[in-house]
Design a protein. Structure first.
Length: 448
């Protein structure tokens, strides 16, 4: 049973007409302008037919004939837009035809005194040119409209002699139609374009929020460009696929990318569960942070739990085990700088010695283990088993580090952080990768 209302059917029809001139390679701005053009032409067809009826009713065949001419021109314009997709040429032809039609209507009604201000319809040309073209071209069309008005005033005596007025003064209904008709079309056109603009802004804002932390995205949207904040206490997690070079040499590129996507998608879910902020991926590396951009007291604990769960998530999936995929994960804690710099391709990033130490913890780590810097170990209790290790680190010298075996670590529970405003800090939710995540990932790998 068809549950569509008349409004739904009308909206669907208008949407289909609006998309007549679309091309796959059109950018968003051109699509908006093409849609606005098609809707304008569609709206002017009934307006011109009303003028045709007025022409017949008052015995003005020139008005009726010119109205038919303009309605046909609009239909031809829609067909040309659908077939040729030549936006610029169609717009120019439409505006020219419209100006000619307005002038013919002005003549057919007997000039300025008796015409009921039909010249107001001509204002649609420069208004439309603003939407369809650049500012210079819209001024040219306004100049053409002004020229038509001046010519109408100069030729008014000749027009009234050639075409005697049907009445001494225009009826109020005709004056109202000439005032309200163009105003309604301009209003609908501007509302449509403004609606498209707001939609584009909303999509851009959503994209910005997907790329950046919410608070940072809001600061950028408010016009702030250089965003750099100091965070005195944060924990950074670096994760890397062991022997990725060898895996890449023996795995088809599509399968390799699907596998990386599968792994990183799991990490994204884990980051969201543990209140971590994903920073970026570089090749086969995944970087995240706890304590920035929103401070949290338990940043070290959250980072270690995230690191352990990353190992567990990879080990749990049979497809990754069959490929022999393992991770090295490193964690370090301390002060960092974080923010967004530059003018294009915004990305939230982190800097500082803590970041460098976390990278070293990963690169000098042990496959299948989490390696912690002493700065992280000092912030943790003894609920997680550690193994002391001494490592000679390039640029750092001999460092005491701590290894965590995911198989020996306890089962973790998610504790609300500073990100979870208004929640009970004692609340507990499982953070292990649930069956749904496991099933989704397994299905993705099976499709390779």
């Amino acid at each position: 049973m068809d549950l569509a209302t008349p409004y739904d059917r009308l909206k669907d029809f208008i949407d289909r007409v609006a998309a007549l001139g679309d091309r796959p390679d059109d950018d968003g701005d051109l699509l908006v302008r093409k849609h606005a053009l098609a809707i304008t032409m569609l709206g002017l067809i009934p307006a011109s037919l009303i003028w045709m009826l007025i022409g017949f009713a008052i015995g003005r065949p020139l008005l009726a004939a010119s109205s038919v001419y303009f309605a046909v021109a609009l239909l031809v314009g829609l067909l040309a837009l659908a077939r040729l997709k030549d936006f610029t040429r169609v717009v120019g032809s439409l505006l020219t035809a419209g100006m000619v039609y307005v002038f013919l209507g002005h003549i057919s009604l007997g000039g300025l005194v008796a015409g009921g201000a039909p010249l107001i319809w001509g204002i649609l040309a420069p208004v439309s040119a603003v939407l369809y073209f650049d500012g210079n071209r819209s001024l040219k069309w306004f100049g053409a409209y002004a020229g038509m008005v001046i010519a109408s005033i100069a030729l008014d005596d000749w027009i009234t002699t050639f075409v005697p007025p049907h009445w001494d003064e225009p009826p109020l209904w005709l004056l109202a139609y000439n005032l309200l008709g163009p105003a309604l079309i301009v209003l609908l056109l501007v509302r449509y374009v403004d609606g498209q603009r707001l939609t584009a802004q909303h999509q851009a804002r959503e994209l910005l929020h997907d790329m950046l932390p919410a608070k940072v995205a809001e600061r950028l949207s408010r016009g702030e460009r250089l965003i750099v904040d100091n965070h005195p206490a944060a924990s950074v997690v670096f994760a890397d696929v062991v022997d990725f070079t060898g895996l890449a040499a023996t795995t088809p590129s599509r399968e390799l990318l699907l596998t990386l996507n599968q792994i990183f998608s799991m990490f994204d879910r884990l980051a969201a569960r543990h209140g971590m902020e994903k920073i970026k991926t570089m090749g086969d590396s995944y970087i995240s942070v706890a304590g920035a951009p929103t401070p949290r007291i338990d940043h070290a604990r959250a980072a270690v739990e995230m690191a352990v769960e990353m190992h567990r998530a990879v080990a749990r999936l049979g497809g990754l085990r069959r490929r022999g995929i393992q991770l090295r994960v490193g964690v370090a804690s301390g002060p960092i700088m974080a923010g967004v710099i530059g003018e294009h391709k915004y990305a939230y990033d982190i800097w500082g010695d803590t970041v460098n130490v976390a990278a070293r913890m990963e690169s000098y780590g042990v496959p299948g283990r989490v390696q912690l810097a002493a700065s992280t170990r000092e912030l943790l209790d003894d609920s997680i088993p550690f193994t002391l290790r001494t490592v000679e680190v390039k640029g750092k010298g001999l460092m005491a580090t701590y290894l965590v075996d995911p198989a020996e670590a306890p089962r973790f529970y998610h504790r609300p952080s500073a990100l979870d405003a208004g929640t009970d800090a004692a609340g507990t939710l499982e953070t292990d990768v649930d069956e749904r995540v496991t099933r989704d990932a397994a299905e993705a790998l099976a499709s390779v």
